[in-house]
Design a protein around this ligand. Structure first.
Ligand code: ACM
Ligand code: ZN
Length: 686
């Protein structure tokens, strides 16, 4: 028998040790590597660190423009030593960055840290990267060449439904700007509260900024929706003074963020029209949501308000809302009718177009641009008008086709008030399901032809706060999902890879939670999508024809008449294309034709409840069967009490029993007394 020679033994041992050494050094170099988010456009890692705790020379050729870099590395100031060859060099170099003011170049070696940018904004972005490159060992050696893919990388916070303090807004600016987001859009006005001091119209805040229900849901649902004064016992609310807002604007600008104010018009204006009812068509407080566009006073009011808004906010874009106008009172209002005659139109929609156009012109006369939700899009808006798309790419195509720029924030990908994880395990939210992966998957140019893509200014996440009453909950819903938008907005839409993004997002979530006191959702506990969605279910009704006594709603058609027998179950999102929706006052009543008589032991149907979206479990579930399609015998008829305890979930209602033979199965589900919707995804027959 051959025994291994001493040489072969030591050689194989050498190989093994060498392998372990290589693996360890690989792991160590990887472990030490900073986790950058958003990813730079180009990064080349090098060995070692530039130690910031050792002496060096500072060559600041960019002077004040480079201040953000010095602020990011305060220890730089402490160790200046003109004798050393170690150097920090800050250069104004327009040609390295092209024409993008946010571009920068950063090179760190063991004895040189070089930062180049065309101006302050580029140094600011470089500084934000430097903060992520730092560790106790200094700045990781690397070469980074970087620039944003999109100019607009925004986050919207609704401060109307629930009010949040200036200090809290500053904290969010600190965090959001560290991920290179550059717009904070404040939804300052809505039915639930007016939040900006307007000196000319004091009642807007004296009355419209306060209510006695602190929770929006109770205020909205208790039937009264009344306002209060700040002195009313239990008054909830508040507003920002112009001085506070100016300070906030300056605070944000220091960090490379622009605050974009939104003043809603012509709708979502119940608070204005209660404080100043003469601006509505009927002049009745507590009755109207829409301004009267037939009344010249409306225009004077809006111009006066926007004048004060422009005095406080230097933003190029002023957001004028424009969404969801009901326009109901315009049809019967003499002033609106007169205006329509002047405009030679019989469409109330044209009144909104008229109002938006006049506002856009007014803003243009003051050197600003109008921005509004996608309902403002129409041909003939002033040049430079931008549309914030909240519905889908179809709205973007239309607006861009009319020459508007667009900011993409479609609800399906960018509404961060949706559940971020399995709803039964989450605090109550408005509904829907938008996990990190789906936010990350969004590309703002999707659905637009090449010829219109240049109109896309960028991307924005929106946090509506109907169901978000606390600062902790704001943070919980924002982070980490807003990081996915930061990544797409900065890095762009190419070469996305969710697995590695999720690792980086998880690392940053950990840092946010432990080092920056941000109440971010902990990705380590993510449960994810309903497991049922992953497979196709085989059962006796698969592919069977379904006859609908009452039709499904076209908005929630799923795949149409085959949806309930296609074997595909819906996920947590009622808009995921697998759920079929019925306006429940018309009941759910379908008959499945198996094609021939079969032995049946169970008939089951999933139903969704999503209270925020007014989707409820049915109150009655009835199953009957027939061999000829005419004579049916009832197998079950069960009642279920309504309960809102389960805010969002999926429940299977089922008949199970001794086998029967039948070809036709009729399923009826009756609504609750609350009305709303019935949503189902599959009829499962075994
Ligand atoms: C919106 O969600 N109504 C803009
Ligand atoms: Zn009117």
């Amino acid at each position: 028998m051959n025994s291994p020679t001493p040489f072969s033994l030591s050689y194989s041992r050498f190989l093994m040790l060498f392998g372990i050494f290589l693996l360890c050094s690989h792991l160590l170099s990887h472990a030490a590597r900073p986790v950058l988010l958003p990813s730079p456009q180009s990064v080349e890692w090098r060995k070692g660190h530039f130690r910031t705790d050792r002496p060096f020379r500072l060559e600041n050729l960019a002077k004040r423009q480079a201040e953000p870099v010095l602020q990011a590395l305060p220890c730089l100031k402490l160790h200046q030593d003109m004798q050393t060859k170690r150097v920090v060099r800050l250069e104004l170099l327009p040609e390295t960055t092209g024409d993008n003011p946010e571009a920068y170049r950063l090179e760190a070696s063991r004895d040189t840290l070089l930062v180049q940018a065309a101006g302050r904004m580029g140094f600011l972005r470089a500084a934000q990267t430097l903060r992520q490159l730092q560790s106790s060992r200094g700045i990781a050696c690397c070469l980074i060449e970087d620039r944003p893919a999109f100019a607009w990388r925004g986050g919207m916070l609704d401060v109307s439904r629930h009010f949040f303090s200036v200090e809290f807004l500053k904290k969010q600016i600190d965090v959001l700007s560290s991920y290179k987001l550059n717009r904070l859009h404040l939804h300052l006005t809505d039915a639930a509260g007016w939040r900006m001091e307007i000196k000319r119209y004091p009642l807007l805040t004296a009355m419209g900024a306060w209510r006695t229900d602190s929770l929006w849901k109770e205020w909205w649902n208790n039937g009264e929706r009344h306002y209060a004064s700040s002195r009313t016992p239990g008054a909830y609310g508040g507003y920002y003074t112009q001085e506070e807002l100016r300070e906030l604007v300056a605070y944000a600008a220091e960090r490379g963020m622009t605050i974009v104010p939104e003043i809603e018009m012509p709708a979502h204006s119940e608070e204005v029209l209660t404080a100043y009812p003469e601006l509505s068509c009927t002049h009745e407080p507590y009755k109207q949501a829409d301004f009267c566009p037939g009344n010249e006073e409306t225009f004077q009011f809006l111009k006066n308000v926007l004048t004060e808004v422009m005095q406080v906010f230097p933003s190029e874009y002023i957001h004028v809302g424009g969404d969801e106008a009901g326009k109901a009172s315009w049809k019967d209002c003499p002033l609106c009718q007169k205006r329509m005659k002047e405009l030679q139109t019989d469409r109330v929609d044209d009144l909104q177009g008229y109002l938006m156009r006049r506002m856009g012109e007014f803003l243009g006369q003051h050197g600003r641009k109008m921005l509004g939700w996608d309902e403002i899009a129409s041909p003939g808006l002033p040049r430079g008008t931008a549309v914030m798309v909240w519905r889908d790419a179809q709205q973007a195509r239309q607006a861009a086709g009319w020459g508007c720029d667009v900011v993409m924030s479609p609800g399906a990908f960018c509404y961060l008030d949706s559940y971020q994880d399995a709803p039964p395990r989450q605090p109550e939210a408005i509904g829907g399901y938008l996990p990190l992966e789906k936010v990350y998957a969004f590309s703002p140019t999707d659905g637009l032809p090449d010829s219109l893509r240049a109109h896309v200014l960028g991307i924005q996440g929106n946090l509506w706060t109907e169901y978000i009453a606390s600062e902790r909950q704001v943070e919980y819903m924002l982070y980490p999902r807003v990081l996915a938008l930061a990544e797409t907005g900065w890095r762009g839409t190419d070469a996305k890879e969710y697995g590695q993004f999720r690792e980086r997002a998880a690392a940053h979530t950990g840092t946010l939670r432990t080092q920056r006191a941000v109440a971010a959702f902990d990705l380590r506990h993510e449960v994810g999508e309903r497991p049922e969605t992953r497979s196709t279910l085989r059962h006796k009704a698969l592919g069977a024809k379904v006859a609908y006594a009452l039709p499904y709603h076209p908005y929630y058609a799923s795949t149409g008449p085959t949806a309930l027998t296609d074997g595909l179950r819906g996920g947590w999102a009622f808009k995921d294309g697998r759920w079929q929706g019925f306006i429940s006052k018309e009941r759910f009543d379908v008959t499945v034709d198996l094609g021939r008589n079969e032995k049946i032991r169970s008939v089951a149907c999933n139903f969704m409840q999503a209270c925020g979206a007014e989707i409820y479990y049915p109150s009655v579930f009835r199953v009957s069967v027939s061999t000829d399609g005419r004579q049916f015998s009832e197998l079950s008829n069960e009642r279920f009490p309504f309960s809102a305890d389960e805010q969002q979930g999926v429940r299977t209602l089922c008949w199970k029993g001794r086998a029967v033979r039948a070809r036709y199965i009729r399923i009826q589900a009756l609504p609750t007394a609350h009305g709303g919707w019935v949503f189902t995804d599959e009829i499962v027959v075994l």
